[in-house]
Design a protein around this ligand. Structure first.
Ligand SMILES: NC(=O)C1=CN([C@@H]2O[C@H](COP(=O)(O)OP(=O)(O)OC[C@H]3O[C@@H](n4cnc5c(N)ncnc54)[C@H](O)[C@@H]3O)[C@@H](O)[C@H]2O)C=CC1
Ligand SMILES: O=C(O)[C@H]1O[C@H](OP(=O)(O)OP(=O)(O)OC[C@H]2O[C@@H](n3ccc(=O)[nH]c3=O)[C@H](O)[C@@H]2O)[C@H](O)[C@@H](O)[C@@H]1O
Length: 441
């Protein structure tokens, strides 16, 4: 099938390449000419494991191309909307201006029977509004939220945990004839994962939009729950990693997403819970989501706590102290620094008078663009030269594998803060290090 993908960022570029891998003929469209040029040359414009290989493979088939010209979307039967929905500056709500402009730019190129499939994460009500505005075009809107994780984006797109279709429905919640036709087209798009028995939830617009923000809110809540427990552990001398192991054995709770540390960041979880709260307010049900305010606060307190820990190990002040921060991306296996806890803590320390040197295997370029005045180093060992304290802020495998003896040869003081609870305290202490972590002794 011929497919267009509008917006080729972390979501859209992967989606486009994966759709081509599934056998479709795909045109990816983005307003950023540099991104389009890279993708058209078969190069990934950001770091995502497996994407460079997939782009090469699918470009070679001739089924995948990229363009800045929306007119190239004409002729596609399904158009995936994958543009950004960032937080509005100074407010909680989502900025829908990119969705608006992409949608309006696409409209003249739609034909009868086309499907516009929204993938961006949007406030509930957006799909209903866009659907109304398709009247007269003969095209049908569906909401098809995306659940991929950066770092696993290719696998998550080709082998999703589930697919969700939000279709137009009648007053009784039954899909309309257009809804049924749109479902048939999406079933064709996702024929391979559906044949692999990927669970499919077919529902209405409102539910499909809510599923996405509910999922991210649940994940954020799970992380903040364990980080709240970390605060209790800090007050009592308990170990939050053992606590997580113990409660995680209960299948009703589960161990995944119970890693305490610097908390969640990225281009999605933080802005999605805030946009959800803003939307609940507009709908007159803000009380239903007041707990997310606490989820957000617990998360942000972890960033403050790690700066306090640095101060503690430096005998009361970080002014003039050299701090090596290992990790700038919001999670390992990504170069994404949007709302990165690591970068935010590094910046805080710098603003409070420390001399910070930051390193990351993939995200230095993006971090430098955000904080040009920060000092950067290519490796952990270089960053740690003469350091008074080292902070592991993003758990890249190479930082998990660091040798305490090797690192000891370059630092000024053997003090390590484990911001992600991934190092072995006994090993580091045995090597003479002062080891401190979030929520464990
Ligand atoms: N990054 C992720 O892991 C996931 C993101 N999402 C959601 O997907 C959406 C996109 O997120 P990302 O890909 O991370 O953002 P991004 O910022 O990496 O990509 C958005 C892309 O849209 C392009 N764009 C903006 N206006 C356009 C227009 N009028 N026409 C064509 N292209 C346009 C931008 O140039 C950019 O390349 C957001 O709503 C996000 O919440 C959902 C699931 C996973
Ligand atoms: O809507 C989105 O964009 C995506 O947001 C998240 O994916 P992602 O942001 O790529 O990364 P996660 O693996 O969810 O991690 C998010 C943050 O939580 C942190 N985290 C994660 C797990 C954990 O146990 N503890 C913890 O602090 C990570 O370090 C990271 O900063 C969701 O997991 C995806 O399902 C969703 O599609």
């Amino acid at each position: 099938m011929r497919i267009s993908v509008i917006g080729c960022g972390y979501l859209g570029a992967v989606h486009a390449a994966c759709m081509a891998k599934l056998g479709h003929e795909v045109i990816g469209i983005d307003v950023d000419p540099r991104k389009v040029a890279a993708l058209e040359a078969g190069e990934a414009p950001f770091f995502e494991p497996g994407l460079p290989e997939l782009l090469k493979e699918t470009k070679a088939t001739g089924r995948l191309s990229f363009s800045t010209d929306m007119a190239d979307a004409a002729g596609a039967q399904v158009h995936f909307l994958c543009v950004g929905t960032p937080q509005v500056h100074g407010e909680f709500r989502a900025d829908l201006s990119y969705v608006e402009s992409a949608f309006e730019a696409l409209k003249p190129y739609l034909s009868g029977g086309d499907v516009v499939a929204g993938k961006s994460t949007v406030p509930v009500g957006t799909a209903e509004n866009l659907a109304d505005r398709l009247t007269g075009t003969g095209a049908t809107l569906v909401w098809n939220p995306e659940f991929l994780r950066e770092g696993f984006a290719v696998k998550d797109t080709l082998h999703p945990d589930r697919l969700v279709y939000g279709l137009p429905t009648d007053d009784e919640g039954v899909p309309t004839a257009e809804g049924d036709a749109a479902k048939a087209l999406l079933d064709e798009v996702y024929a391979t994962p559906l044949a692999d028995r990927t669970p499919l939830v077919v529902t209405d617009y409102a539910t499909a939009q809510l599923v996405k923000v509910a999922a991210n809110s649940f994940l954020a809540t799970k992380i903040s729950f364990i980080n709240a427990m970390a605060e209790l552990c800090e007050a009592t001398g308990a170990d939050v990693t053992r606590l997580a192991d113990a409660i995680g054995y209960d299948a009703r709770i589960g161990r995944r997403f119970l890693n305490a540390g610097l908390g969640f960041g990225g281009g999605c979880l933080p802005k999605d819970i805030r946009a959800f709260m803003a939307r609940a307010g507009e709908l007159g049900v803000s009380d239903a989501l007041t707990f997310l305010r606490e989820v957000d606060s617990i998360n942000m307190r972890r960033r403050v706590r790690v700066v306090d820990l640095a101060r503690e190990v430096c005998h009361g002040s970080i002014v003039g102290r050299r701090v090596a921060v290992l990790g700038a991306s919001f999670k390992p296996d990504s170069d994404d620094v949007r709302d990165s806890p690591a970068l935010s803590v590094a910046a805080q320390m710098q603003l409070q008078g420390a001399h910070v040197t930051l390193t990351d295997p993939q995200a230095i370029g993006n971090a430098q663009a955000k904080w040009p005045e920060m000092k950067f180093a290519a490796t952990a060992l270089e960053a740690a030269v003469d350091a008074d304290v080292v902070l592991l802020a993003t758990e890249w495998q190479e930082y998990r594998d660091l040798d305490p003896d090797a690192l000891a040869t370059v630092v000024a003081h053997k003090r390590i803060l484990d911001g992600r609870n991934v190092l072995d305290p006994a090993r580091w202490r045995a090597a003479g290090w002062t080891y401190r972590a979030l929520g464990r002794p």
